[in-house]
Design a protein around this ligand. Structure first.
Ligand code: NAI
Length: 701
């Protein structure tokens, strides 16, 4: 029996569970609550213990075991992480969906880890909690897979701030299992012996529930809705009846580390515990389950982005080459230090020391994310260097070095990341520009060019990613860092903490980000948008004969005016405006004469409107897909000066024109100019767009 490695990434669920207040109380009793906690054990004013979440995901857990083909005799719950987004209602429906995200190999005889991640929603589709669970498959190691990344929290050396003792009953698993975990190991004497235990053992998740109660008693008394996250590793089995002690260390406001020990033997039963609590902020932006790469995150702005992302739940690849300000040298220290900082906060991070300036470096950075966390959701292209010189002193070496890190660096990392994001149907990419690029700064021709190049990069990538929910935006930060220490007065330097830039960066990298292709300045608490604005312009001359220089100079005020200027989202919009400036204005319906009133009539009329003269040497097939009640499919083949029109779909059209029936008739009847139809999106053309321009010459309707 071998693990089914193909199960990774395959969706599991949705799995529904209906429950009532009785299930909620049964669970509370199963984890030792009693008369002293009436809020969890009496239906009057009932509240739900957050770890009740587990009761709704047993079936999901079972699917993970089955899909992964784990040897059931060796299965143990390895780790559990629950992140709460909303309080759990006292009754209703819970809907869970997720997938196996990783399978890690601890080696032959040492077991394997199968990780499953799921989100659970209420009946109205509101996300209640996220679960990341690890099955420790003791008998499935040695399949040749990768080792799991290390994730061990550092506990303070001092005595715990709180200790809570509890005495699970001899029969506790018998009660706990009624909440859904019916695994024989906790009830069947023979099965337990076969699995190597002297008798049935406590469910790890039952002890986890005891720990949750202990944490709540001290940190969120009477307010389970304030529990935000509960994470731990199950390290030793516990026999029913053994007393336990949960030890708690405060590390910062709203965050503690904890472990549960067997109070009889002193052995650690649950370790690596993290508990986060506090008010559930409305509309909080979180990154739970998201994987972020931040380049140049060993210091300055990137370090703050990485820390802030991790604080809000993201797993972070902290990339930094660790060179000097001008890009020379390298050092693993800066990236390692930031990873340590994130781990000390209870977050997850790995270091990457690769150089963004080479394609191999870019690939390696993305591979680090995939190896450690299985995907990439967020990429912040932040790494940067400076080599300032006035233009004539700017030798090719200094020009190229700066372009290599900023512009080529963004290309090198974004390309492999974009591939992963496209496959996953989600991504947030951030470019880092600068006021020097947007507006100019003496002595920085290299830097300004690279930084403005990134804006062009964004402008096109935003279009290519849109279909896959990949949004690409650009930040223009202003902050105190080693890049700006000698260009800013000390009093300003103090006020310009990178922390003031980070909120905008996090928004642009979040699921809630609505914008795509925008540039924002951010610094010191001031935020605004920068954009390329195009003036309305003017036609000079008749569009047939080129105007003279003097003609242009004569109308220069109009040419240069930005009054009534426009923001374009893409090239076609701008080209459309240029074409519209020449095309005859749309005719009112009455004037146009509305000759044709049905789509079928248009295609009937086309052979008569065909102009064989214009068709010499032309070999094309136009496929029309007209939607709406009056629509249908027709194709029109033009070859060797002749034309045939037939209903239906052609197997190899040169281009396909898609339009709603009403718009199509308006276009044919001259009410809607073709270019306007195209630039407004009413006419969509797939395939060879250039060939579609022949239609106007081939048919005179
Ligand atoms: P910083 O020097 O503190 O951080 C940049 C980091 O990038 C450094 O830790 C460096 O080791 C790393 N790095 C450099 N080359 C690398 C490479 N080839 N591969 C991997 N890592 C590399 O500077 P700061 O101010 O935090 O800059 C961050 C970004 O923000 C840069 O792109 C910079 O151009 C941009 N920026 C900063 C402004 C500011 O006011 N601080 C203003 C406008 C833009």
């Amino acid at each position: 029996m071998a693990l089914n490695l193909d199960a990774v990434g395959k969706p599991i669920g949705p799995i529904s569970k209906d429950y009532t207040w009785k299930d909620v109380i049964l669970y509370a009793l199963g984890i030792g609550a009693g008369y002293s906690e009436p809020e969890f054990t009496y239906e009057k004013n009932l509240k739900v213990i957050p770890t009740f979440s587990i009761a709704s995901i047993f079936e999901f857990l079972t699917h993970i075991g089955i899909n992964a083909n784990v040897n059931l005799a060796g299965i143990l719950h390895g780790e559990q992480d629950l992140i709460f987004h909303r309080p759990i209602p006292t009754e209703g429906k819970l809907v869970t969906a997720g997938k196996i995200t990783h399978m890690y190999d601890k080696g032959k005889g040492k077991g394997a880890l199968v990780i499953g991640e799921s989100d659970t929603f209420d009946a109205n589709g509101k996300k209640l909690f996220t679960s990341v669970l690890t099955i420790f498959a003791r008998l499935d190691g040695g399949f040749g897979g990768e080792a799991a990344p290390k994730d061990t929290l550092e506990f303070p050396k001092k005595k715990p701030d709180f200790e809570v003792e509890a005495h699970p009953n001899q029969n506790q698993p018998l009660l706990y299992r009624l909440s859904g975990d019916l695994f024989a190991l906790h009830v069947d004497q023979d099965f337990a012996k076969m699995a190597g235990f002297e008798k049935p053992i406590m469910h790890g998740l039952c002890t986890y529930g005891y720990a949750c109660r202990a944490l709540m008693q001290n940190l969120t008394p009477g307010a389970p809705e304030k529990v935000r996250r509960l994470k731990c590793r199950f390290s030793k089995p516990l026999y029913p009846g053994d007393p336990i002690k949960t030890q708690i260390w405060k590390i910062e406001e709203g965050k503690v580390l904890w472990k549960t020990i067997n109070a009889k033997t002193g052995e650690e039963v649950i370790t690596n515990g993290l508990f986060e609590y506090g008010d559930m902020p409305k509309d909080e932006i979180r990154f739970d389950g998201r994987v972020a790469i931040v380049t140049g995150a060993g210091g300055g702005l990137g370090r703050i982005y990485a820390l802030d992302l991790a604080r809000r739940g993201a797993k972070v690849v902290v990339n930094d080459l660790g060179g000097t300000r001008d890009g020379s040298g390298k050092d693993k220290g800066p990236a390692d230090k930031v990873v340590e900082e994130i781990k000390a906060l209870g977050g997850e991070a790995v270091a990457s020391y690769d150089n963004v300036a080479t394609p191999e470096g870019g690939e390696a950075i993305v591979k680090t994310a995939i190896d450690a966390f299985g995907k990439v959701d967020i990429l912040i292209n932040n790494a940067g260097i400076l080599r300032d010189k006035s233009f004539l002193k700017m030798e090719p070496e200094n020009w190229q070095a700066v372009l290599n890190v900023h512009l080529n660096g963004a290309y090198n990392v974004t390309r492999p990341a974009f591939k992963v994001m496209r496959e996953n149907g989600y991504g947030r990419i951030l470019m880092t520009t600068s006021a020097a690029g947007l507006y100019g700064n003496f002595g920085q021709t290299n830097y300004s060019s690279a930084k403005m190049g990134l804006v062009g990069f964004m402008n096109t990538l935003k279009l290519e990613g849109a279909k896959y929910d990949i949004k690409v935006n650009t930040i223009a930060p202003i902050a105190a860092s080693r890049l700006t220490e000698d260009v800013m007065p000390p009093e300003l330097f103090e006020k310009m903490k990178p922390e003031f830039v980070s909120p905008m960066v996090l928004y642009l990298c979040s699921e809630k980000c609505k914008v795509n292709g925008n540039i924002y300045n951010a610094g010191m608490g001031f935020f605004n948008r920068a954009a390329v604005i195009t003036g309305p312009g003017v036609v000079i001359g008749d569009g047939v004969n080129p105007p003279s220089v003097e003609d242009v100079v004569g109308r220069f005020d109009k040419v240069a005016s930005l009054k009534g200027g426009k923001l374009y989202f893409e090239l076609n919009e701008q080209v459309g405006d240029v074409m519209n400036a020449f095309s005859a204005p749309a005719k009112p319906q009455a004037e146009a004469g509305a000759k044709l009133t049905s789509t079928a009539d248009v295609f009937k009329a086309m052979p008569a409107a065909f102009n064989p003269e214009a068709a010499k040497g032309v070999d094309v097939v136009f496929q029309y897909h007209i939607s709406g009640a009056n629509g249908g499919d027709w194709h029109c083949s033009v070859k060797d000066g002749s034309c045939t029109i037939e209903p239906g779909v052609h197997s190899k059209p040169t281009c396909t024109l898609k339009m709603a029936d009403k718009d199509f008739l308006d276009m044919i009847n001259g009410v809607l100019p073709a270019m306007q139809a195209y630039t407004s999106g009413k006419l969509k053309i797939e395939g060879d767009v250039m060939k579609s321009q022949l239609i106007g010459k081939l048919f005179k309707l």
